[in-house]
Design a protein around this ligand. Structure first.
Ligand code: ADP
Ligand code: MG
Length: 390
C-alpha cells in the first residue's frame, strides 16, 4: 500500500521539488445495479485502496503526467484549444483538466505523479479514483476549492465527454464521499445521499472472475434503450413518469400487457432493485446482515434472469460463494458479462472464505480468480504536508 510519504519521495526523485499530495479511493457497489441511469438508488462504499497523485506547478502551461503503475509519462499542452483524447490512460487526467477549465478553473501547468493501489479494470473503479485524485490535485494547485458533489460531476463529465465512456455518477461520488466503516445510499436523481454504518463484523470480499466478455458495451447500451422504451410506453398509462424510478412494482404489473415481454422483465429488474436498495438500507440500519445477504441474492437472481447481464463465470462464483461458511450474501456487481462478484462475509472467516472460494472456482471454471478482502474506507482528500510551490 502506498502512503503520502512514499509518493512524496517518489515525486521528488522523478520531478524534483515538493508536491501537493491527494488520495482518492476506489469503490464497490453493495446493491443497486443498473439503477443509476434509471434515476434510482445505488449503495456503494469507498474501499481501503486508493489512487495517489503528487503534483506541483510548472512554469509552462503544460501537464506532464507519469504513472508509476504503467511506467509511462505523457505530456500535453493546456493552452492548445485542440487538446484531443489520445486514446490512452492520460485522457482521464487531461479530461479532468479540460472540464475544469471549461467550468472556469484556471488550471495551471503542472507535473503529476500517479501511483494507485486500485487494480485497473477489476471493477473497483480505478478510473474514477484517478480522475478524482487528479481533480483534487489540479484544483489544489489552482488554489480553488470545489464542493465534492460538483467535483464528482466534473470527473464524470471528463469520463463521459473526453474519455468517451458512458458511466453514471456513482463511482466518482463514492470516491469523494466515502466514509470509513460506512456505505452510501445515493439517490442518482437528486444526488442526495446518506451514510449508513456497516455492522461490525462483516467484511466486503471482491471476487474477480477474470473474465470480461467483449459484447458487454453493446449489451449495456441495449439495456439502457430497453429501459427508455419501458418509460415511453408506460407513460401513456402513467403520465408524468420520467424514469423507471417513478414506477412501482404494483403499477408495473398492472400495465404489464403494454410492454414487450423482454422490456417488462428489464423494467421489473430495475423497479425491484430500487426497492431492494431501500430495504437493504433498512437492514443495515438494524444490523440485520442476514436480510441484507438475502437481498443481495435476490439482486443476483434478478440480474441473471430478468436483466440477463450475468455470465456462467459470475453465476459459478456466486453460487460457490454462497456455499462457503460465514457468507451472508453474494451477487454480481458492475455492468455484467464478467467482472466481479461482491460478497458480504463474517469478518473472522473472510480469509478462509477467500481461500476456499478461490480453490473451488478454479477447479470449476479453470481460471484463477483474484479475490480481495476490503473494508469501507474514507473519501478522497488533499493531504496536508510540507509546503509545496504555488
Ligand atoms: P475500472 O475503472 O473498473 O478499474 P476502467 O476501464 O474504467 O476500469 O478504467 C481503467 C483505466 O483507467 C486503465 O486502463 C487506465 O487507462 C486508467 N487508469 C486507472 N488507474 C491508473 C493508473 N494508476 N495509472 C494509469 N492509468 C490508470
Ligand atoms: Mg471505470
Amino acid at each position: 500500500m502506498t502512503d503520502a510519504a512514499q509518493i512524496r519521495d517518489r515525486f521528488r526523485s522523478v520531478f524534483g521539488g515538493a508536491a501537493l499530495i491527494c488520495r482518492a479511493p476506489g469503490r464497490i457497489n453493495l446493491i443497486g445495479e443498473h439503477t443509476d441511469y434509471n434515476d434510482g438508488f445505488v449503495m456503494p462504499a469507498a474501499i481501503d485502496a486508493s489512487c495517489w497523485v503528487a503534483a506541483a506547478r510548472r512554469n509552462e502551461h503544460r501537464l506532464v503526467v507519469a504513472s508509476e503503475n504503467l511506467r509511462e509519462q505523457c505530456e500535453f499542452d493546456l493552452s492548445a484549444a485542440s487538446l484531443r483524447p489520445a486514446g490512452k490512460w492520460s485522457d482521464y487526467v487531461a479530461g479532468v483538466a479540460v472540464v475544469l477549465a471549461s467550468e472556469g478553473v484556471r488550471v495551471p501547468g503542472a507535473s503529476l505523479l500517479v501511483s494507485s493501489d486500485v487494480p485497473m479494470g477489476a471493477g473497483l473503479s480505478s478510473s474514477a479514483a484517478l480522475e478524482v485524485a487528479a481533480g483534487l490535485a489540479l484544483t489544489g494547485l489552482a488554489r480553488e476549492r470545489i464542493p465534492p458533489g460538483r467535483l464528482a460531476r466534473i470527473c464524470q463529465r471528463a469520463e463521459n465527454e473526453f474519455v468517451g465512456t458512458r458511466c453514471g455518477i456513482m463511482d466518482q461520488f463514492a470516491s469523494l464521499h466515502g466514509r470509513e466503516g460506512h456505505a452510501l445510499l445515493l439517490d442518482c436523481r437528486s444526488f442526495e445521499y446518506e451514510t449508513i454504518r456497516l455492522p461490525q463484523g462483516a467484511s466486503i470480499v471482491v471476487c474477480d472472475t477474470r473474465v470480461k466478455h467483449a459484447h458487454a458495451a453493446g449489451e449495456y447500451n441495449r439495456r439502457r434503450t430497453e429501459c427508455e422504451e419501458a418509460v415511453e410506453t408506460l407513460s401513456a398509462a402513467l403520465p408524468g413518469i420520467r424514469a423507471l424510478r417513478d414506477v412501482t412494482l404494483a403499477r408495473l404489473r398492472q400495465h404489464q400487457q403494454m410492454l414487450r415481454e423482454v422490456v417488462f422483465r428489464r423494467a421489473r429488474h430495475v423497479v425491484s432493485e430500487n426497492d431492494r436498495a431501500i430495504a437493504a438500507t433498512r437492514a443495515l440500519r438494524e444490523g440485520d446482515l442476514r436480510t441484507f445477504g438475502a437481498l443481495m441474492q435476490q439482486s443476483h437472481a434478478s440480474l441473471r434472469d430478468d436483466y440477463e447481464v450475468s455470465s456462467p463465470e459470475l453465476d459459478a462464483m456466486t453460487s460457490i460463494a454462497l456455499e462457503q461458511p460465514g457468507v451472508y450474501g453474494a451477487r454480481m456487481t458492475g455492468g455484467g458479462f464478467g467482472g466481479c462478484v461482491v460478497a458480504l462475509v463474517d469478518e473472522g472467516r473472510a480469509h478462509e472464505f477467500s481461500t476456499r472460494l478461490a480453490a473451488a472456482y478454479e477447479s470449476a471454471v479453470h481460471l484463477r480468480p483474484a479475490i480481495r478482502v476490503c473494508s469501507a474506507g474514507g473519501g478522497a482528500e488533499q493531504i496536508a504536508g510540507e509546503a509545496w510551490q504555488a
